[in-house]
Design a protein around this ligand. Structure first.
Ligand SMILES: C[S@@+](CC[C@H](N)C(=O)[O-])C[C@H]1O[C@@H](n2cnc3c(N)ncnc32)[C@H](O)[C@@H]1O
Length: 424
């Protein structure tokens, strides 16, 4: 058992699942749902779980294909909601904003109102959003291994760009018609960060084709994100399988979630946010799963050259580039990715040895010697180098005051790399 798992087991054994259904905000959320025609098909209970935080438990055995929840489309916050409520009027007509910008701004706007229709939903949302690496300072970011650093910087850039687009798009001199509050009192960076992260971590995908919500106007992308009360209480598991669909029933549109995994009575019910590795989960949602079956370690192509001291002839270079073999380089539990395997094979061969790389790479007919020893040795060297980077990063970050999630994540990554080396 690795360090991260040990810490988690200790935490787990000292904590219990807590019932949250008596909390006023959650009672109000249920009343809001019931008032608006949302029936809880399986009687899901809100609980605080030691490992995942707040989530949903079932009070009966659930089988494959059981419906988890059906939320009326009218209860969701979609692009159509914003249009229907004339919310888009607060922006200048020439604005170009993404659906994420718009949902974030709407959420903040509704939160500041006393009489919002979504008040009970909004007060059930976490007052502090999950911590994401996008919130790391520039200096702390620099201490991360390169793939994490790039991903954290990209997430921060997206947040900053969104904030600057929204700030620059609200009509000059706008004040709230319900309370007279000025624009910068309703929307400031702090509230924007809250809204942006909540939309990012909780929005569901809606097919704009199904709901007939054409973009246009201020919208610069597809209106394919929406907030869905209560349904956004499900936590993610790499083992969970579920399906989501928008469907009409008796002329009314619903967003329906069906589980494709069975659960025992009182267990936490999970859904899948996608087949994400731990870096993606950390960057987008602020958590990771030790032992995540979708996890892998990414390797930068420059690192392959640097660590393995490889140089490419013209033919090898052309082949790798033409077939995009320098992208999607990673090692997972099933070994190196298709591209990494091909990349290593081409880059480590002398051009005169193998003339037709394609016939080897695309028929998976690598020489025994390459598969049994050369490839494994090269992967091991690359992984050990990634491990050293994690250790260096941990040394740097531990002496600084950084969020413990990133330290736990790096410890978990360290254990995972060690496991991958042993599996090779
Ligand atoms: C859609 S919300 C799920 C409900 C959320 N736990 C809550 O209390 O409102 C997504 C967020 O839940 C948390 N989460 C989801 N799955 C998790 C898991 N397996 N382990 C830890 N946290 C998880 C993360 O903070 C994520 O950003």
């Amino acid at each position: 058992m690795g360090r991260t798992q040990r810490t988690r087991s200790r935490k787990k054994s000292s904590q219990f699942v807590q019932n949250m259904d008596h909390e006023e905000t959650l009672i109000n959320l249920r009343k809001f749902l019931a008032r608006n025609g949302c029936n809880d098909e399986v009687n899901l209970k809100l609980r605080n779980f030691p490992q995942t935080g707040r989530g949903l438990a079932t009070t009966k055995n659930l089988h494959e294909n059981d419906i988890l929840i059906k939320v009326p489309y009218d209860l969701m916050i979609t692009y159509a909601t914003l249009k229907r409520l004339n919310f888009l009027q607060i922006f200048t007509p020439s604005s170009k904003l993404t659906i994420q910008d718009l949902l974030t701004t709407f959420l903040i706007f509704e939160r500041h109102k006393n009489d919002s229709f979504w008040r009970d939903y909004i007060t059930s949302l976490p007052s502090h959003p999950p911590w994401l690496p996008a919130l790391l300072s520039e200096h702390h970011c620099e201490l991360l291994p390169v793939d994490l650093r790039l991903a954290a910087k990209k997430s921060r850039r997206l947040l900053e760009e969104s904030w600057s687009r929204v700030k620059g798009s609200i009509k000059q001199g706008w004040t709230c018609s319900c309370c007279g509050m000025k624009v910068d009192r309703v929307f400031d960076l702090h509230s924007f960060t809250w809204g942006f992260i909540l939309v990012n971590t909780r929005a569901v995908y809606v097919d704009p084709g199904v709901v007939g919500e054409g973009g246009g106007g201020v919208l610069s992308d597809e209106p394919c994100m929406a907030l869905c009360p209560f349904l956004d209480m499900f936590n993610h598991s790499d083992k969970a399988k579920c399906s989501a669909e928008l469907k009409y029933e008796e002329g009314k549109l619903f967003y329906q979630l069906t589980t494709l995994t069975s659960y025992k009575k009182y267990e936490q019910v999970f859904i899948s946010y996608g087949g994400h590795d731990n870096v993606k989960l950390l960057m987008e949602y602020g958590f990771f799963i030790p032992g995540n079956c979708n996890d892998c370690i990414s390797i930068q192509s420059e690192e392959v050259f640097r660590v393995l001291r490889l140089g490419l002839g013209e033919g090898q270079y052309r082949f790798i580039n033409r077939h995009d073999l320098n992208k999607e380089l990673f090692v997972g539990e099933s070994g190196p990715s298709f591209n990494l395997k091909g990349f290593l094979f081409v880059a480590s061969s002398s051009a005169s040895e193998v003339k037709d790389f394609a016939s080897v790479v695309y028929t998976d007919s690598y020489p025994e010697e390459f598969l049994k020893s050369e490839m494994k040795d090269m992967c091991r060297k690359l992984l050990l180098c990634e491990m050293a980077k994690v250790e260096e990063s941990l040394r740097g970050l531990k002496v600084l005051k950084v969020n413990s999630v990133i330290i736990d994540f790096l410890n978990c990554r360290h254990d995972f790399i060690k496991k991958l080396c042993e599996m090779l």
